[in-house]
Design a protein around this ligand. Sequence first.
Ligand code: ES4
Ligand code: ZN
Length: 326
Amino acid sequence: EHDISVIRALPKVELHLHLEGAAPPAFIRGMAKEKSVRLDNVFAPDGSYDFRDFGHFLQVYEAATSVLASPEDYARLTLAMLEQSAENGVIYSETFISPDFCGGGDLSAWKEYLQAMREASEEAGKSLGITLRGVVTCIRHFGPDKARRAAMCAAETAGDWIVGFGMGGDEARGSQRDFAYSFDMAREAGLKLTSHAGEWRGPREVEEAVRDLGVSRVGHGVRAIEDPRLVDNLVEKQIVLEVCPGSNVMLGVYPNLGAHPIEKLRERGVKVTISTDDPPFFHTSMADEYEQLARTHGWDAARFAEIARTSADAAFCDEDTRAGIL
Ligand code: ES4
Ligand code: ZN
């Protein structure tokens, strides 16, 4: 069934979504205008985000994000993001939030930003029928010192809304193990763990995220397919991959969805889930991802139900919340 309205209505669980990366270009333009901030080299002539490659994407992302400068701005962004997710049939979502972007890593400011996002999610979530939880993320290319501050923010606010700690940013810099102290701090605070790995670097990076940081989920992780023994290990340990096929194709990790390893990973028994990463940047949505998978790999409603089940089981929220998802 490739009918987009049917696909839109399927109940979905999204585990890998960067909050700022969910800001539509028009939202960022509106904020910039309100604040009389000039944003150069962020938008293409057609109004979409403009970037050449992953490094440039991170620069454009940070420039766009720089207009978000108050808890109120983040509350509005949270609402805009939830509206889009709800339109796509998402019923539970976890979003990556970075204290480096909101609050500058300062704990007291972070608490105000967090409060604003949480309130927005609880208000809007009810009317939109979507439950949101936050995963605090450090940014790998900002280095281990900033990561420790992010982990401190995460540990101080860990609870029923901040449920995890993760790492995004440029996988080509440093190593997973440089961030072990931060991940240990987060684990001790009761947070569940995930890290971007195996998108820009190969299978070793995925192995290291699991071994050196002790993550139970991996952001992307798709290049694990290059090492059959690692694949066996992921299956055995029941590590969950947060796969973002549209993001991978848009950024050139794979030339097209047919060449993407998601179906091979799934057939090998790896727990795969589907997410959008940064939907307006990558011109995608949860419904688009589903539609492409239906088209390219023949995924049907039963398969999508199985994926949603895997995703709900892998959610970082408490058991009561999980039991209410599907
Ligand atoms: C990312 Cl730090 C960050 N933000 C948004 N998307 C990303 N992908 C990888 N790192
Ligand atoms: Zn990501």
